[in-house]
Design a binder for this molecule. Structure first.
Ligand SMILES: Cc1cc2nc3c(=O)[nH]c(=O)nc-3n(C[C@H](O)[C@H](O)[C@H](O)COP(=O)(O)OP(=O)(O)OC[C@H]3O[C@@H](n4cnc5c(N)ncnc54)[C@H](O)[C@@H]3O)c2cc1C
Length: 419
């Protein structure tokens, strides 16, 4: 479909057939081949505002994409706003704050903050977009020590569904501010984000590889060991499809102390095949991630689940320890009481699926959820209801409905219409 758009922007407007249309319509997932009606590469906030209003005027679905790392549906027929050209980082070392544009990737912030001895709560990849990651909660390797990235946001500039540019912080539009910190991209287009940085330069981090023979014993040990570790230590166990057991760890503190804390777990796993734990500059501590075909939050690694995961054939399984500061903070994002998550890179066997259901909380995390139909599972029932009410107040016509979206609360819409 080719449309005539009444839209004047500083950044280019790309229609099907235009040079650049193909390059900018695609997300990261190669299985998706979206055909948006138009792509707008915004140059500044006024372009964003005009794009939102144009989508409404032409009754086009609206979608926003920075890097394409979190785009799970094809935005066919939509007005697709690309923010990749709006990349900017400002560091205020005195306040320990970063201010970024919507196209900024974590690698840019890591590079800009490091010379000041500061670090953001980034995740496993420097290529992921700061804004999408943060609005979806943002679970990094410093989360047990310093919380989810969403909880470190101080201020956002947002274009809301009516085309108004608003500031959301603790004093201005506090409901919007609360919703943005974990509720995802349903409340507006963020054109600037300000968040806390932490005085972290070097960490003790990496992975130790073992054979998979002692997988069950190690998981049982892990179950008890995580009860005793401090928040500064973050870990995950990986059972890989090539027959390895990998302990991944990051300790934001003295490396000798970190090693001593890890030693009992490492001893339980058997003979070391490769020891990759070392002191490293935080921006270079690439911890990698596991492709999540399934993601479950579990109460406990019970005996059945341990046996099932240890025996799971032809799969890479990642068991990650949450808790710490994540659980002590509050906010729209995530289920704070989930102590562990289990990711599989393939469909689990029926035995593992049943064990996951029994031990599972039935919850998920927005940033690790590929299925828009399950968006509600990323939130507590109370937060989901609050998010839907805030959505009804700020976006009653559901302009920001793409992807992992929060729908407006129906009863609130009736109230608004009756006023
Ligand atoms: C390799 C890889 C590693 C990852 N590692 C982690 C990790 O360690 N921890 C973690 O928590 N997550 C992680 N994720 C998930 C990632 O944080 C989410 O997929 C996130 O949505 C990506 O944001 P993006 O802007 O890069 O992607 P995009 O596909 O460009 O955007 C995804 C969504 O974010 C929203 N969004 C983006 N920009 C804006 C904006 N300016 N205003 C409003 N909404 C916006 C929109 O809803 C959009 O649909 C990872 C993903 C990948 C692919």
């Amino acid at each position: 479909m080719t449309i005539r758009l009444a839209l004047q922007t500083a950044g280019p407007l790309l229609l099907p057939g235009d040079a650049g249309y193909d390059e900018h319509r695609r997300p990261l997932n190669p299985a998706l081949d979206p055909r948006p009606a138009a792509v707008v590469r915004a140059a500044h906030t006024e372009d964003v505002r005009r794009a939102v209003l144009a989508a409404r005027h032409h009754e086009l679905p609206f979608a926003v994409q920075a890097t394409g790392h979190g785009t799970h549906v094809a935005h066919d027929g939509a007005l697709l706003l690309r923010t990749d050209a709006m990349s900017a980082v400002l560091i205020d070392p005195d306040r320990r704050v970063a201010r970024v544009g919507p196209g900024t990737r974590w690698g840019d912030v890591l590079a800009a903050a490091a010379p000041f001895g500061l670090a953001p709560l980034s995740g496993s990849s420097p290529d992921v977009g700061v804004v999408g990651y943060t609005l979806g909660g943002g679970l990094g390797w410093l989360a047990r020590a310093h919380g989810l990235a969403a909880d470190s946001v101080l201020r956002a500039r947002v274009v809301t569904a009516d085309g108004t540019v608003r500031i959301a912080d603790a004093d201005r539009n506090p409901d919007l501010f609360w919703a943005l910190r974990g509720g995802g991209g349903s409340f507006g287009v963020v054109t600037e984000l300000e968040f806390r940085l932490y005085p972290i330069t070097r960490v003790y981090a990496g992975a130790v590889t073992f054979g998979r023979e002692r997988a069950a014993e190690t998981l049982l040990h892990y179950r008890d060991w995580i009860e005793r570790v401090p928040d500064a230590l973050s870990t995950a166990l990986l059972l890989t499809r090539d027959g390895s057991l990998v302990v991944k760890a990051m300790y934001a503190g003295d490396p000798d102390r970190g090693r001593a804390l890890l030693e009992p777990l490492l001893a339980a796993a058997g003979p070391v095949v490769h020891d990759g734990l070392r002191v490293v500059d935080y921006p270079r501590a690439a911890m990698g991630g596991t492709f999540a075909r399934t993601f479950d939050q579990v109460r406990v690694l019970d005996d059945d689940l341990v046996a099932a995961l240890a025996a799971e054939p032809d799969a890479t399984v990642e068991i990650r320890h949450w808790g710490g500061r994540i659980a002590r903070d509050s906010g729209a994002a995530a289920h704070r009481d989930a102590p562990l998550s289990v990711v599989l890179d393939t469909v689990p066997t029926p035995g593992t699926a049943a064990a996951l259901r029994r031990a599972g909380l039935g919850s998920s995390f927005l940033n690790f959820l590929p299925d828009p139909a399950r968006t509600a599972t990323a939130f507590t029932a109370r937060n989901w209801a609050a998010l839907r009410r805030i959505k009804a107040a700020h976006d009653p016509d559901n302009v920001f409905a793409a992807g992992l979206a929060v729908p407006p609360h129906a009863a609130d819409l009736v109230c608004a219409a009756g006023r």
